[in-house]
Design a protein around this ligand. Structure first.
Ligand code: DON
Length: 543
Protein backbone atom coordinates (compact mmCIF):
# COMPACT_ATOMS: atom_id res chain seq x y z
CA UNK A 1 0.00 0.00 0.00
CA UNK A 2 1.27 3.50 -0.92
CA UNK A 3 -0.07 6.76 0.38
CA UNK A 4 0.77 10.43 0.56
CA UNK A 5 -1.21 10.54 3.74
CA UNK A 6 -1.09 8.21 6.71
CA UNK A 7 -0.78 4.43 6.73
CA UNK A 8 -1.62 1.66 9.17
CA UNK A 9 0.01 -1.79 8.89
CA UNK A 10 -1.35 -4.49 11.18
CA UNK A 11 -1.48 -8.27 11.43
CA UNK A 12 -5.26 -8.41 10.95
CA UNK A 13 -7.07 -6.45 8.21
CA UNK A 14 -10.25 -5.43 10.11
CA UNK A 15 -8.12 -3.87 12.82
CA UNK A 16 -5.91 -2.14 10.24
CA UNK A 17 -9.07 -0.65 8.67
CA UNK A 18 -10.13 0.65 12.08
CA UNK A 19 -6.86 2.55 12.25
CA UNK A 20 -7.24 3.94 8.76
CA UNK A 21 -10.79 5.13 9.54
CA UNK A 22 -9.54 6.91 12.66
CA UNK A 23 -6.87 8.68 10.60
CA UNK A 24 -9.46 9.61 7.93
CA UNK A 25 -11.69 11.03 10.65
CA UNK A 26 -8.87 13.38 11.69
CA UNK A 27 -7.34 11.32 14.49
CA UNK A 28 -3.57 11.33 15.00
CA UNK A 29 -1.26 8.30 15.04
CA UNK A 30 -1.84 7.77 18.76
CA UNK A 31 -5.63 7.83 18.38
CA UNK A 32 -5.26 5.25 15.61
CA UNK A 33 -2.84 3.16 17.69
CA UNK A 34 -5.26 3.04 20.62
CA UNK A 35 -8.19 2.14 18.38
CA UNK A 36 -6.17 -0.58 16.61
CA UNK A 37 -5.00 -1.96 19.96
CA UNK A 38 -8.56 -2.38 21.22
CA UNK A 39 -9.73 -3.72 17.83
CA UNK A 40 -6.99 -6.38 17.75
CA UNK A 41 -8.19 -7.55 21.18
CA UNK A 42 -11.43 -8.43 19.38
CA UNK A 43 -10.37 -9.59 15.93
CA UNK A 44 -7.05 -11.30 16.71
CA UNK A 45 -7.54 -13.03 20.06
CA UNK A 46 -4.37 -15.15 19.87
CA UNK A 47 -2.26 -12.05 20.43
CA UNK A 48 -4.32 -8.86 20.48
CA UNK A 49 -5.45 -8.41 24.04
CA UNK A 50 -6.92 -6.69 27.06
CA UNK A 51 -5.35 -9.27 29.37
CA UNK A 52 -1.73 -8.86 28.27
CA UNK A 53 0.80 -6.10 27.90
CA UNK A 54 3.15 -4.40 25.49
CA UNK A 55 5.22 -1.40 24.49
CA UNK A 56 4.61 1.71 22.42
CA UNK A 57 7.42 3.70 20.87
CA UNK A 58 6.56 6.87 19.02
CA UNK A 59 7.82 10.07 17.50
CA UNK A 60 4.91 12.33 18.03
CA UNK A 61 3.71 15.83 18.67
CA UNK A 62 3.54 17.09 15.15
CA UNK A 63 0.31 18.84 14.30
CA UNK A 64 -1.00 18.90 10.77
CA UNK A 65 0.49 21.57 8.49
CA UNK A 66 2.75 23.12 11.07
CA UNK A 67 6.44 23.81 11.02
CA UNK A 68 8.68 23.02 8.08
CA UNK A 69 11.31 22.00 10.60
CA UNK A 70 9.92 18.81 12.05
CA UNK A 71 12.68 18.26 14.57
CA UNK A 72 11.41 21.25 16.50
CA UNK A 73 8.13 19.65 17.39
CA UNK A 74 8.58 15.89 17.36
CA UNK A 75 9.29 14.18 20.64
CA UNK A 76 10.23 10.58 21.30
CA UNK A 77 8.14 8.54 23.66
CA UNK A 78 8.37 5.00 25.01
CA UNK A 79 5.46 3.66 27.00
CA UNK A 80 5.89 0.48 29.02
CA UNK A 81 2.62 -1.33 29.67
CA UNK A 82 4.27 -4.66 30.36
CA UNK A 83 2.59 -7.01 32.84
CA UNK A 84 3.97 -7.15 36.39
CA UNK A 85 4.37 -10.12 38.72
CA UNK A 86 1.51 -10.30 41.24
CA UNK A 87 2.20 -9.09 44.79
CA UNK A 88 1.97 -12.63 46.13
CA UNK A 89 4.52 -14.03 43.69
CA UNK A 90 7.87 -15.38 44.90
CA UNK A 91 11.20 -15.96 43.22
CA UNK A 92 10.90 -19.76 43.41
CA UNK A 93 7.17 -20.09 42.76
CA UNK A 94 7.70 -22.27 39.67
CA UNK A 95 10.66 -24.29 40.89
CA UNK A 96 8.53 -26.90 42.59
CA UNK A 97 5.31 -26.28 40.70
CA UNK A 98 4.14 -28.30 37.71
CA UNK A 99 6.44 -27.67 34.76
CA UNK A 100 3.70 -26.13 32.64
CA UNK A 101 2.49 -23.76 35.35
CA UNK A 102 4.38 -20.73 34.03
CA UNK A 103 2.73 -21.25 30.66
CA UNK A 104 -0.70 -22.73 31.14
CA UNK A 105 -3.47 -21.75 33.54
CA UNK A 106 -3.99 -19.15 36.21
CA UNK A 107 -0.54 -19.11 37.78
CA UNK A 108 1.06 -18.14 34.46
CA UNK A 109 -0.43 -14.64 34.33
CA UNK A 110 1.11 -11.34 35.22
CA UNK A 111 -1.08 -8.34 36.05
CA UNK A 112 -2.37 -7.07 32.68
CA UNK A 113 -1.08 -3.71 31.43
CA UNK A 114 -2.65 -3.16 28.00
CA UNK A 115 -5.77 -1.27 29.06
CA UNK A 116 -3.83 1.13 31.27
CA UNK A 117 -1.23 1.59 28.55
CA UNK A 118 -3.64 2.33 25.72
CA UNK A 119 -5.64 4.76 27.87
CA UNK A 120 -2.45 6.41 29.14
CA UNK A 121 -1.34 6.95 25.52
CA UNK A 122 -4.72 8.39 24.58
CA UNK A 123 -4.77 10.78 27.55
CA UNK A 124 -1.20 11.90 27.08
CA UNK A 125 -0.82 12.22 23.33
CA UNK A 126 -4.13 11.47 21.66
CA UNK A 127 -6.70 13.96 20.38
CA UNK A 128 -9.90 11.92 20.34
CA UNK A 129 -12.31 10.82 23.06
CA UNK A 130 -12.53 7.32 24.55
CA UNK A 131 -15.92 7.04 22.86
CA UNK A 132 -14.36 7.60 19.45
CA UNK A 133 -11.43 5.21 19.78
CA UNK A 134 -13.35 2.42 21.49
CA UNK A 135 -16.44 2.51 19.27
CA UNK A 136 -15.00 0.33 16.47
CA UNK A 137 -13.80 -2.40 18.87
CA UNK A 138 -17.13 -2.42 20.68
CA UNK A 139 -18.97 -2.71 17.37
CA UNK A 140 -16.75 -5.59 16.20
CA UNK A 141 -17.25 -7.45 19.48
CA UNK A 142 -21.00 -6.81 19.66
CA UNK A 143 -22.05 -7.21 16.02
CA UNK A 144 -19.37 -9.77 15.26
CA UNK A 145 -17.04 -10.29 12.30
CA UNK A 146 -16.38 -13.33 10.12
CA UNK A 147 -14.03 -15.69 11.96
CA UNK A 148 -10.70 -15.50 10.17
CA UNK A 149 -9.01 -18.51 8.66
CA UNK A 150 -5.90 -17.73 10.66
CA UNK A 151 -7.58 -17.68 14.07
CA UNK A 152 -9.63 -20.72 13.18
CA UNK A 153 -6.58 -22.76 12.31
CA UNK A 154 -4.81 -21.64 15.46
CA UNK A 155 -7.83 -22.73 17.50
CA UNK A 156 -7.95 -26.02 15.66
CA UNK A 157 -4.37 -26.92 16.55
CA UNK A 158 -4.55 -29.99 18.78
CA UNK A 159 -2.34 -28.71 21.58
CA UNK A 160 -4.19 -25.39 21.72
CA UNK A 161 -7.56 -27.06 21.65
CA UNK A 162 -6.72 -29.53 24.42
CA UNK A 163 -5.47 -26.71 26.61
CA UNK A 164 -8.34 -24.30 25.92
CA UNK A 165 -11.02 -26.92 26.49
CA UNK A 166 -9.85 -27.22 30.10
CA UNK A 167 -11.27 -23.81 30.87
CA UNK A 168 -15.01 -23.43 30.74
CA UNK A 169 -15.22 -19.81 29.55
CA UNK A 170 -12.51 -20.38 26.93
CA UNK A 171 -14.31 -23.48 25.66
CA UNK A 172 -17.70 -21.71 25.56
CA UNK A 173 -16.32 -18.74 23.64
CA UNK A 174 -14.00 -20.38 21.12
CA UNK A 175 -15.35 -23.96 20.88
CA UNK A 176 -19.13 -23.86 20.82
CA UNK A 177 -20.33 -27.48 20.73
CA UNK A 178 -16.73 -28.57 21.33
CA UNK A 179 -15.47 -27.44 17.89
CA UNK A 180 -13.38 -24.39 16.97
CA UNK A 181 -15.53 -21.54 15.55
CA UNK A 182 -15.53 -22.24 11.79
CA UNK A 183 -13.89 -19.87 9.33
CA UNK A 184 -16.38 -17.31 8.03
CA UNK A 185 -18.90 -17.72 10.86
CA UNK A 186 -20.07 -14.43 12.33
CA UNK A 187 -18.14 -14.39 15.59
CA UNK A 188 -19.81 -12.30 18.30
CA UNK A 189 -18.27 -11.65 21.72
CA UNK A 190 -20.95 -10.06 23.92
CA UNK A 191 -18.97 -10.35 27.17
CA UNK A 192 -15.98 -8.69 25.56
CA UNK A 193 -18.26 -5.95 24.16
CA UNK A 194 -19.51 -5.28 27.70
CA UNK A 195 -15.96 -5.11 29.08
CA UNK A 196 -14.93 -2.70 26.32
CA UNK A 197 -18.01 -0.61 26.98
CA UNK A 198 -17.13 -0.37 30.68
CA UNK A 199 -13.67 0.85 29.67
CA UNK A 200 -15.31 3.39 27.35
CA UNK A 201 -17.53 4.68 30.15
CA UNK A 202 -15.16 4.58 33.10
CA UNK A 203 -11.65 4.59 31.68
CA UNK A 204 -9.11 2.49 33.60
CA UNK A 205 -11.56 2.07 36.48
CA UNK A 206 -13.78 0.12 34.10
CA UNK A 207 -11.11 -2.59 33.96
CA UNK A 208 -8.95 -2.33 37.08
CA UNK A 209 -11.84 -2.02 39.55
CA UNK A 210 -15.57 -2.79 39.64
CA UNK A 211 -17.18 -5.69 37.83
CA UNK A 212 -14.32 -6.71 35.55
CA UNK A 213 -11.74 -6.66 38.34
CA UNK A 214 -14.10 -8.65 40.58
CA UNK A 215 -14.56 -11.29 37.90
CA UNK A 216 -10.81 -11.52 37.38
CA UNK A 217 -9.91 -11.75 41.07
CA UNK A 218 -12.65 -14.33 41.69
CA UNK A 219 -11.45 -16.46 38.79
CA UNK A 220 -7.88 -16.25 40.07
CA UNK A 221 -8.94 -17.54 43.48
CA UNK A 222 -10.96 -20.30 41.89
CA UNK A 223 -8.14 -21.44 39.60
CA UNK A 224 -5.17 -21.05 41.98
CA UNK A 225 -3.76 -17.85 40.42
CA UNK A 226 -2.29 -14.92 42.32
CA UNK A 227 -3.71 -11.71 40.79
CA UNK A 228 -5.72 -9.83 43.43
CA UNK A 229 -7.90 -6.72 43.47
CA UNK A 230 -4.94 -4.88 44.99
CA UNK A 231 -2.69 -5.94 42.09
CA UNK A 232 -5.20 -4.56 39.63
CA UNK A 233 -5.70 -1.32 41.52
CA UNK A 234 -1.97 -0.71 41.71
CA UNK A 235 -1.03 -1.48 38.11
CA UNK A 236 0.44 1.51 36.25
CA UNK A 237 2.08 1.85 32.86
CA UNK A 238 5.37 3.75 32.86
CA UNK A 239 6.80 6.34 30.48
CA UNK A 240 10.46 5.61 29.79
CA UNK A 241 13.25 7.14 27.72
CA UNK A 242 13.69 5.32 24.41
CA UNK A 243 17.07 3.88 23.42
CA UNK A 244 18.43 5.98 20.56
CA UNK A 245 21.12 4.69 18.22
CA UNK A 246 22.67 6.01 15.01
CA UNK A 247 21.86 4.65 11.57
CA UNK A 248 23.98 5.50 8.53
CA UNK A 249 22.14 8.73 7.85
CA UNK A 250 19.93 9.38 10.83
CA UNK A 251 18.93 7.48 13.92
CA UNK A 252 16.40 5.02 15.31
CA UNK A 253 14.63 4.79 18.65
CA UNK A 254 13.43 1.61 20.30
CA UNK A 255 12.26 0.22 23.61
CA UNK A 256 14.51 0.38 26.70
CA UNK A 257 14.41 -2.14 29.58
CA UNK A 258 12.32 -3.99 30.64
CA UNK A 259 12.66 -4.75 26.93
CA UNK A 260 16.03 -5.95 25.77
CA UNK A 261 15.07 -4.78 22.26
CA UNK A 262 16.52 -1.27 22.19
CA UNK A 263 19.82 -2.17 23.82
CA UNK A 264 20.36 -5.24 21.63
CA UNK A 265 19.48 -3.35 18.45
CA UNK A 266 21.88 -0.56 19.40
CA UNK A 267 24.62 -3.07 20.20
CA UNK A 268 24.20 -5.18 17.08
CA UNK A 269 24.10 -2.06 14.96
CA UNK A 270 27.27 -0.72 16.55
CA UNK A 271 29.09 -4.05 16.25
CA UNK A 272 28.49 -4.02 12.49
CA UNK A 273 29.67 -0.44 12.01
CA UNK A 274 32.86 -0.35 10.07
CA UNK A 275 32.10 -3.43 7.98
CA UNK A 276 31.28 -2.12 4.51
CA UNK A 277 28.35 -3.83 2.79
CA UNK A 278 26.87 -3.46 -0.65
CA UNK A 279 23.45 -4.38 -2.00
CA UNK A 280 24.91 -7.35 -3.84
CA UNK A 281 26.04 -8.85 -0.55
CA UNK A 282 22.51 -9.22 0.83
CA UNK A 283 22.07 -12.83 1.90
CA UNK A 284 25.75 -13.69 1.37
CA UNK A 285 27.68 -15.88 3.79
CA UNK A 286 29.67 -12.83 4.93
CA UNK A 287 26.46 -10.93 5.67
CA UNK A 288 24.94 -13.80 7.63
CA UNK A 289 28.18 -14.64 9.45
CA UNK A 290 28.72 -11.08 10.66
CA UNK A 291 25.07 -10.74 11.67
CA UNK A 292 25.32 -13.97 13.66
CA UNK A 293 28.51 -12.89 15.40
CA UNK A 294 27.01 -9.53 16.41
CA UNK A 295 23.76 -11.16 17.57
CA UNK A 296 25.61 -13.82 19.59
CA UNK A 297 27.52 -11.20 21.56
CA UNK A 298 24.50 -9.03 22.20
CA UNK A 299 22.32 -11.92 23.42
CA UNK A 300 25.08 -12.98 25.83
CA UNK A 301 24.85 -9.51 27.38
CA UNK A 302 21.06 -9.55 27.27
CA UNK A 303 20.74 -12.71 29.26
CA UNK A 304 23.34 -11.75 31.81
CA UNK A 305 22.67 -8.08 32.45
CA UNK A 306 19.08 -7.16 31.64
CA UNK A 307 15.92 -7.14 33.72
CA UNK A 308 13.35 -4.68 35.05
CA UNK A 309 15.22 -1.36 35.50
CA UNK A 310 12.99 -0.50 38.47
CA UNK A 311 14.45 -3.51 40.31
CA UNK A 312 17.94 -4.12 38.95
CA UNK A 313 20.75 -2.05 37.49
CA UNK A 314 20.88 -2.97 33.81
CA UNK A 315 24.13 -1.05 33.30
CA UNK A 316 22.78 0.39 30.08
CA UNK A 317 25.58 2.92 29.83
CA UNK A 318 28.23 0.26 30.17
CA UNK A 319 26.56 -2.04 27.65
CA UNK A 320 26.37 0.78 25.11
CA UNK A 321 29.79 2.27 25.91
CA UNK A 322 32.37 2.61 23.16
CA UNK A 323 34.89 0.64 25.20
CA UNK A 324 32.61 -2.32 25.74
CA UNK A 325 31.44 -2.37 22.13
CA UNK A 326 34.98 -2.01 20.78
CA UNK A 327 36.05 -4.95 22.89
CA UNK A 328 33.17 -7.08 21.62
CA UNK A 329 33.78 -5.98 18.03
CA UNK A 330 37.46 -6.79 18.14
CA UNK A 331 36.63 -10.34 19.18
CA UNK A 332 34.76 -10.94 15.90
CA UNK A 333 36.64 -12.90 13.25
CA UNK A 334 35.56 -12.70 9.62
CA UNK A 335 37.00 -16.19 9.07
CA UNK A 336 35.49 -18.35 11.78
CA UNK A 337 32.54 -18.50 14.18
CA UNK A 338 33.36 -17.72 17.81
CA UNK A 339 31.91 -20.42 20.10
CA UNK A 340 29.15 -19.07 22.35
CA UNK A 341 30.91 -20.79 25.27
CA UNK A 342 33.43 -17.92 25.10
CA UNK A 343 30.64 -15.69 26.39
CA UNK A 344 28.53 -17.96 28.53
CA UNK A 345 28.48 -21.56 29.64
CA UNK A 346 24.88 -22.69 30.10
CA UNK A 347 23.46 -25.45 27.94
CA UNK A 348 20.23 -24.78 26.13
CA UNK A 349 17.50 -26.28 24.03
CA UNK A 350 15.00 -24.41 21.97
CA UNK A 351 11.27 -24.56 21.92
CA UNK A 352 9.28 -22.63 19.43
CA UNK A 353 5.93 -21.05 19.81
CA UNK A 354 5.24 -17.58 18.72
CA UNK A 355 2.33 -15.34 19.02
CA UNK A 356 2.48 -11.64 19.60
CA UNK A 357 1.41 -8.86 17.35
CA UNK A 358 2.87 -5.63 16.08
CA UNK A 359 1.35 -2.66 14.28
CA UNK A 360 2.90 0.39 12.69
CA UNK A 361 1.22 3.73 12.07
CA UNK A 362 2.16 6.98 10.37
CA UNK A 363 -0.37 9.80 10.32
CA UNK A 364 -0.76 12.56 7.71
CA UNK A 365 1.33 14.94 9.84
CA UNK A 366 4.29 12.51 9.86
CA UNK A 367 3.98 11.23 13.43
CA UNK A 368 5.12 7.62 13.72
CA UNK A 369 3.93 5.08 16.27
CA UNK A 370 5.08 1.46 16.74
CA UNK A 371 3.23 -0.87 19.11
CA UNK A 372 4.08 -4.47 19.97
CA UNK A 373 1.63 -6.23 22.27
CA UNK A 374 1.22 -9.78 23.45
CA UNK A 375 -0.28 -12.45 25.65
CA UNK A 376 3.13 -14.19 25.23
CA UNK A 377 2.17 -17.63 23.86
CA UNK A 378 -0.74 -18.11 21.46
CA UNK A 379 -3.92 -17.30 23.43
CA UNK A 380 -1.69 -16.69 26.49
CA UNK A 381 -2.55 -18.79 29.55
CA UNK A 382 -5.60 -20.11 27.63
CA UNK A 383 -7.84 -18.84 30.43
CA UNK A 384 -10.75 -16.57 29.46
CA UNK A 385 -11.96 -14.75 32.56
CA UNK A 386 -15.62 -15.81 32.88
CA UNK A 387 -18.07 -12.96 32.30
CA UNK A 388 -15.48 -10.67 30.68
CA UNK A 389 -14.66 -12.24 27.31
CA UNK A 390 -10.89 -11.70 27.47
CA UNK A 391 -7.93 -14.06 27.73
CA UNK A 392 -5.16 -13.74 30.28
CA UNK A 393 -1.47 -13.71 29.41
CA UNK A 394 1.23 -16.26 30.30
CA UNK A 395 3.91 -13.62 30.54
CA UNK A 396 5.34 -14.97 33.84
CA UNK A 397 7.28 -17.43 31.67
CA UNK A 398 9.43 -14.52 30.44
CA UNK A 399 11.03 -14.34 33.90
CA UNK A 400 13.88 -16.66 34.83
CA UNK A 401 11.39 -19.10 36.30
CA UNK A 402 13.83 -21.94 36.97
CA UNK A 403 17.59 -21.31 36.99
CA UNK A 404 19.33 -22.86 34.01
CA UNK A 405 16.11 -24.03 32.34
CA UNK A 406 15.21 -22.59 28.93
CA UNK A 407 11.94 -20.68 28.65
CA UNK A 408 9.31 -20.93 25.90
CA UNK A 409 11.78 -19.37 23.46
CA UNK A 410 14.80 -21.40 24.51
CA UNK A 411 16.32 -18.44 26.33
CA UNK A 412 18.31 -19.16 29.44
CA UNK A 413 18.18 -16.00 31.44
CA UNK A 414 20.02 -14.64 34.42
CA UNK A 415 19.36 -13.86 38.05
CA UNK A 416 18.60 -10.23 37.30
CA UNK A 417 15.45 -11.39 35.54
CA UNK A 418 14.22 -13.33 38.57
CA UNK A 419 10.66 -13.00 39.83
CA UNK A 420 9.72 -10.41 42.47
CA UNK A 421 6.35 -8.88 43.36
CA UNK A 422 5.54 -5.91 41.11
CA UNK A 423 8.47 -6.66 38.79
CA UNK A 424 8.27 -6.76 35.00
CA UNK A 425 9.70 -9.77 33.11
CA UNK A 426 12.42 -9.06 30.56
CA UNK A 427 11.06 -8.80 27.02
CA UNK A 428 12.39 -8.89 23.47
CA UNK A 429 9.63 -6.78 21.96
CA UNK A 430 11.21 -4.04 19.88
CA UNK A 431 8.80 -1.47 18.47
CA UNK A 432 11.12 0.87 16.56
CA UNK A 433 10.89 4.23 14.79
CA UNK A 434 13.57 5.17 12.24
CA UNK A 435 14.40 8.82 11.53
CA UNK A 436 16.12 11.04 9.00
CA UNK A 437 18.95 13.11 10.39
CA UNK A 438 16.62 16.12 10.69
CA UNK A 439 14.51 14.16 13.15
CA UNK A 440 11.53 13.49 10.90
CA UNK A 441 10.11 9.98 10.75
CA UNK A 442 11.49 7.72 8.02
CA UNK A 443 10.08 4.36 9.04
CA UNK A 444 8.14 2.41 11.64
CA UNK A 445 9.14 -1.19 12.30
CA UNK A 446 8.16 -4.20 14.35
CA UNK A 447 7.19 -7.86 14.45
CA UNK A 448 6.25 -10.68 16.81
CA UNK A 449 8.55 -13.65 17.38
CA UNK A 450 10.01 -13.76 20.90
CA UNK A 451 13.80 -13.29 20.70
CA UNK A 452 13.64 -13.32 16.89
CA UNK A 453 11.87 -9.96 17.20
CA UNK A 454 15.19 -8.28 17.92
CA UNK A 455 17.11 -9.99 15.15
CA UNK A 456 14.30 -9.59 12.61
CA UNK A 457 13.82 -5.87 13.30
CA UNK A 458 17.57 -5.50 13.00
CA UNK A 459 17.72 -7.36 9.67
CA UNK A 460 14.94 -5.25 8.14
CA UNK A 461 16.47 -1.99 9.35
CA UNK A 462 19.92 -3.08 8.16
CA UNK A 463 18.53 -4.11 4.77
CA UNK A 464 16.93 -0.69 4.29
CA UNK A 465 19.67 1.39 5.83
CA UNK A 466 22.92 -0.36 4.98
CA UNK A 467 22.11 -2.66 2.07
CA UNK A 468 19.76 -0.29 0.27
CA UNK A 469 17.13 -2.96 -0.37
CA UNK A 470 13.52 -2.09 -1.20
CA UNK A 471 11.00 -2.27 1.65
CA UNK A 472 9.33 -5.26 -0.04
CA UNK A 473 12.60 -7.19 -0.19
CA UNK A 474 13.69 -6.12 3.27
CA UNK A 475 10.56 -7.73 4.71
CA UNK A 476 10.25 -10.75 2.45
CA UNK A 477 13.92 -11.85 2.26
CA UNK A 478 14.66 -15.04 4.20
CA UNK A 479 15.69 -14.26 7.74
CA UNK A 480 18.17 -15.80 10.17
CA UNK A 481 18.48 -15.72 13.94
CA UNK A 482 21.21 -16.28 16.53
CA UNK A 483 20.56 -15.94 20.26
CA UNK A 484 23.95 -17.06 21.59
CA UNK A 485 22.54 -20.26 23.06
CA UNK A 486 21.92 -22.71 21.60
CA UNK A 487 25.05 -22.03 19.58
CA UNK A 488 23.50 -22.24 16.16
CA UNK A 489 22.12 -20.09 13.36
CA UNK A 490 18.43 -20.56 12.73
CA UNK A 491 17.55 -20.01 9.09
CA UNK A 492 14.24 -19.73 7.35
CA UNK A 493 13.68 -21.64 4.13
CA UNK A 494 15.00 -19.80 1.09
CA UNK A 495 18.69 -19.22 1.83
CA UNK A 496 20.90 -20.55 -0.93
CA UNK A 497 22.46 -23.94 -0.30
CA UNK A 498 25.94 -22.69 -1.16
CA UNK A 499 25.64 -19.91 1.41
CA UNK A 500 24.64 -22.44 4.06
CA UNK A 501 27.64 -24.62 3.08
CA UNK A 502 29.97 -21.64 3.41
CA UNK A 503 28.54 -20.88 6.86
CA UNK A 504 29.16 -24.46 7.92
CA UNK A 505 32.73 -24.10 6.71
CA UNK A 506 33.01 -21.12 9.08
CA UNK A 507 32.02 -23.59 11.84
CA UNK A 508 28.43 -22.44 12.29
CA UNK A 509 25.80 -25.00 13.11
CA UNK A 510 22.76 -24.38 10.88
CA UNK A 511 19.20 -25.23 11.86
CA UNK A 512 16.33 -24.65 9.46
CA UNK A 513 13.14 -23.47 11.11
CA UNK A 514 9.64 -22.30 10.28
CA UNK A 515 8.75 -18.73 9.29
CA UNK A 516 10.26 -15.96 11.31
CA UNK A 517 7.91 -13.13 12.28
CA UNK A 518 4.98 -11.20 10.89
CA UNK A 519 6.58 -7.87 10.10
CA UNK A 520 4.58 -4.64 9.82
CA UNK A 521 6.74 -2.01 8.12
CA UNK A 522 6.03 1.55 7.05
CA UNK A 523 8.73 3.49 5.25
CA UNK A 524 9.01 6.88 3.64
CA UNK A 525 9.67 6.96 -0.10
CA UNK A 526 11.11 10.46 -0.48
CA UNK A 527 8.70 12.57 -2.50
CA UNK A 528 6.41 9.63 -3.20
CA UNK A 529 4.85 9.40 0.23
CA UNK A 530 4.73 6.29 2.39
CA UNK A 531 4.64 2.59 1.71
CA UNK A 532 3.20 0.04 4.12
CA UNK A 533 4.24 -3.61 3.96
CA UNK A 534 2.40 -6.25 5.92
CA UNK A 535 4.52 -9.40 6.00
CA UNK A 536 3.62 -11.96 3.30
CA UNK A 537 4.25 -14.61 6.00
CA UNK A 538 1.15 -13.46 7.90
CA UNK A 539 -2.46 -12.54 7.22
CA UNK A 540 -2.31 -8.79 7.81
CA UNK A 541 -2.78 -5.72 5.63
CA UNK A 542 -1.85 -2.09 5.34
CA UNK A 543 -4.29 0.68 4.50
O1 DON B 1 8.05 -10.13 25.56
C1 DON B 1 8.57 -11.04 24.92
O2 DON B 1 9.71 -11.02 24.50
C2 DON B 1 7.71 -12.23 24.58
N1 DON B 1 6.68 -12.38 25.56
C3 DON B 1 7.16 -12.03 23.22
C4 DON B 1 6.37 -13.20 22.78
C5 DON B 1 6.25 -13.30 21.33
O3 DON B 1 6.74 -12.51 20.58
C6 DON B 1 5.49 -14.45 20.86
N2 DON B 1 5.41 -14.41 19.47
N3 DON B 1 5.31 -14.33 18.45
Amino acid sequence: MRSEKGIVAAAEPEAAKVGRDILSAGGNAIDAAVAVGFALAVTYPAAGNLGGGGFLVGSIGREKETSETPQENLSSVALDFREVAPLQSTSDMYVKAKESSSLLGHLASGVPGSVDGLLHALDSWGSMSRDQVLAPAIRLAKDGFPMTQRTHSMLARKSTMNAMLKYRASADLFYPGGKPVPTGTLFKQPDLARTLDLIRQKGREGFYSGDVADHLATEMKRGGGLISLKDLKEYRSVERTPIKFPTSDGFAISMPPPSSGGICLAQISSLLEGYPFSTTEAGSARHLHLLAEAMRRSFADRNQFLGDPDFVDCQTQLLLSTDHLNKLRSSISEDVATPSSNFTSSPQGVKESEQTTHYSIVDPAGNGVAVTTTLNGSFGSKVVVPGTGFLLNNEMDDFTTRPGVPNLFGLIQGELNGIAPGKRPLSSMSPTVWHYSDGSVRGVLGTPGGPTIITNVFQVLFALDRLGLSPELAVSMPKMHHQCLPDQIYVEQGHSESVLQQLKALKHKIVTRSNIGDFQLITHLNSRGWTGISDPRGGGASF
